[in-house]
Write a protein that binds this ligand. Sequence first.
Ligand SMILES: [Zn+2]
Length: 141
Amino acid sequence: MSAAVVARRWLEILQSDAEVVAHAQGFQARCLHCRRRHLFAPNGTPLSPATIEHIVPQSWFGKHAALKLTQMLSGPNDLRNLGIACAGCNHSKGRGLDARGPTDTRAREVVEAMQAQRTLRFRRRTHERRDADSGAVGGVS
Ligand SMILES: [Zn+2]
């Protein structure tokens, strides 16, 4: 992926996370695991070692034991499946939890809890929310 495509993906994640704080200098977000603060430029470029976390691991998709976790997602890159994580947190999850697979009860429970957390913080893009909030669209009277 080009740098511009990656920045756009980051921007989508930042804008869909209700916990993210937007200000003139960019965005402030927190790691999904340890809640460490990460800063992003206004165009979505990370200014600290943040990575895109796949909440339900890519390798779990298509596996029967993970069906409950994957059935509401269009795929691993569904925005609802993406979060912000420190590089270190993301890699240790990958080596530990993700590798144990969806048949491991404990691994499934932890992913389920992360997914619930992301769902709770999920918000639609600003322009969609504005349309929904105003009720009427178009302003024709
Ligand atoms: Zn972290």
